[in-house]
Structures are given as C-alpha cells and as structure tokens.
Design a protein around this ligand. Structure first.
Ligand SMILES: Cc1cc2nc3c(=O)[nH]c(=O)nc-3n(C[C@H](O)[C@H](O)[C@H](O)COP(=O)(O)OP(=O)(O)OC[C@H]3O[C@@H](n4cnc5c(N)ncnc54)[C@H](O)[C@@H]3O)c2cc1C
Length: 295
C-alpha cells in the first residue's frame, strides 16, 4: 500500500486524478477500521491531514462553508448558533476521541445510512462542494446519497467543503441507540424549522438504504401550519397535526430488520422522535417570538 501525502489541495487533486482508486483518509475513524478488519486493501491511501484549509470554515451572510475535515468537536464548540442541528448531531457521534478526529467530509465519504451528520444536513439544507482537476461543482445534499454507502462523487473527486444554510429557526436532532454513547444509530431524525420560507425540513437516518427526507410529512406540516396561520400566531401545533406528521415520517422510512433493531421498531421510534422534536422546536420558536415581542 502506497501512502500519498500531498502538502496542498492542488497536489491532493492531482494525486486523486493520477490514482482514482486511492482512498482519501481524513480522521481515519472509518478508513482505519475497514483496513484493520481487512474489508478494504487499497493500493494507495491519500492522506489529507496536511491540508489546513480542510479544517477551517467560513461564515457568510446566509451560509457556512464547512471544510470537509473540521472535526465534530469543533462544530459543537464553534457552530452551535449557525448550525444547531449539526452541532446536536455531532454531540451524539461516538466518543470525545472520535469527535476530535472524525468530521462531516468522512461521514459523507462513507455515506452510511447510519451516519449521524446526514439527517441534520438534509433538514438544514445545503450542498457538497466536490472538486477535481477538472473543476469544482456543488452537489445538492438531496442528490448526494445514491445507494447503500454510495455517493455521487466521481472517482477523481474530493470533498472540499459542505455549504450549509445558516439556521433561521430552531433545529433538533434525535437518535435512538442501545446506550447513550459510542453507539451507531438504530434510527435517527433531524428537523429544521425555516421561518424565513415558512417551511419545515426533515432528515431520517438508519431507516432506509440511504439517508432520506420525509417529504410528504414536510409538505403536510408546512401546509397545515400555513393554513392555521401558526407562524404568525405562534399558537401550539394542534395535536392532530403533530400526530399526522409523525405518521407520515414513519411512513417515509423503508427500514430493515438487523442486529440493531427491527423494521417495525424503527418505524415506531421515528414517529415518536418526529412528534417530540416538532414539539421542542415549535416551543423554542414560540419562546423566541415571545421574547422578541416583549423586547
Ligand atoms: C468507535 C467508533 C464509533 C463511531 N461512532 C459513530 C457514530 O456514533 N456516528 C457516526 O455517524 N459515525 C460513527 N463512526 C464513524 C466515523 O467516526 C464517522 O463516519 C466519521 O464522520 C468519519 O470521519 P473521518 O474524518 O474519520 O473519515 P475517514 O475515516 O478519514 O474517511 C471516511 C470515508 O470518507 C472518505 N473521505 C474522507 N475525507 C474525504 C474527502 N475530503 N473527500 C472525499 N472523500 C473523503 C474516505 O476515503 C472514506 O471513504 C464511528 C467510528 C468508530 C471507529
């Protein structure tokens, strides 16, 4: 196995063009497990750790451009306001050691349906910045996941960053596991309220071949809230609306039975998480509206 250690982003892109089967390694928290268990034996490893800009982020007016290798611990510490859903999801990843090494670029590279960043990325909205020597492109997050552990990257492309919409309203992330830490999700759910567009977006993890949005649930809730004038009145979401939202989130899932849980448990748990996270985010929205009108 050859170890390629580019010192710059341009050198990394050139190395990937020359060796398209080279496996990039960032935090290594997925790659090293696969190599140690002999699930993978690549000819070349492409070490991205000398490329400082991958560990930085830039905050614009409406978006955050998050470098592919920014570790979860720094997202939790520094981007809680801009990206609350992703910061909450980052909290649930593994242990402090893994959170100090692993990042969103690696989660996207692996594209496991159980990756914790995905529901938050889908709910928050954004795009993956992929680059090769041929140029750069933005892949909308909805188009990024193409199959079980497969993504839309071309063989010569690397992830430079993720462009994420700054939160304009409350966001939540919820994960069911068999214990509180160091656990791969049995299933997970992300929700983001977007008061600027008066819409709601969701993300489901570990309950379909890829991370997905519950689009019918989003459309139902967005329409129901609009019709009842809830964004203006700040009144509670009627229980029947919350219940139907939960039913539609459950119905969006396409889970399997496996060692971590059954398909029917996953569907049930998603409905519970959908109802609870809607309640938490809506209450936060109401509190914020209340404090604005008092100010
Ligand atoms: C003990 C343990 C517990 C874990 N628990 C969780 C958990 O709770 N939740 C969770 O979501 N994950 C968990 N993981 C998995 C892992 O930590 C995450 O997927 C993490 O986000 C991977 O990031 P990384 O930087 O370490 O990626 P790496 O291992 O370096 O890379 C992962 C994949 O992404 C590719 N890649 C990396 N960077 C780029 C890039 N810039 N461009 C293109 N491809 C790239 C690699 O080639 C590889 O295919 C766990 C892992 C371990 C070992």
């Amino acid at each position: 196995m050859e170890f390629l250690r580019p010192a710059t982003w341009q050198e990394a892109l050139a190395a990937k063009a020359e060796h398209p089967t080279a496996v990039p390694i960032a935090g290594g928290t997925d790659v090293m497990v696969e190599i140690n268990f002999d699930h993978r034996r690549p000819d070349h490893l492409l070490d991205l750790n000398r490329i400082a800009e991958l560990e930085e982020w830039e905050t614009g007016e409406d978006t955050v451009r998050l470098g592919a290798s920014v570790p979860y611990s720094r997202i939790m510490a520094g981007l809680r306001t801009e990206l609350p859903g992703l910061a909450l999801a980052s909290h649930t990843v593994a242990s402090p050691q893994i959170r100090n090494r692993g990042g969103v670029g690696g989660n996207l590279g692996t594209a496991s349906p159980a990756g914790d960043a995905h529901p938050a990325l889908l709910a928050g909205g954004g795009a993956v910045e992929a680059e090769s020597v041929r140029g750069s492109r933005l892949i909308p997050i909805d188009d990024f996941y193409t199959g079980v552990k497969r993504n839309a990257l071309a063989p010569d492309e690397l992830i430079r960053a993720v462009h994420l919409k700054k939160a304009t309203g409350p966001q939540q992330f919820s994960k069911v596991g068999t214990r509180n830490a160091m656990v791969i999700a049995v299933c997970a759910f992300g929700i983001a309220l977007h008061p600027d567009t008066r819409t709601v977006r969701t993300g489901i993890g570990s309950a379909a071949p890829t991370p997905i949005r519950a689009k019918a649930a989003e459309e139902f809730l967005t329409a129901a809230m609009d019709e009842a004038g809830l964004w203006d009145s700040g009144k509670p979401v009627p229980p029947a609306v919350a219940k139907q939202f939960a039913v539609l989130v459950s119905g969006a899932a396409n889970p399997i039975d496996d060692v971590r849980g059954t398909a029917s448990y996953r569907r049930h748990a998603l409905g519970v998480m959908a109802r609870r996270t809607l309640g938490w985010t809506w209450q936060q929205y109401r509190d914020e509206q209340g404090s604005k009108s008092c100010a």
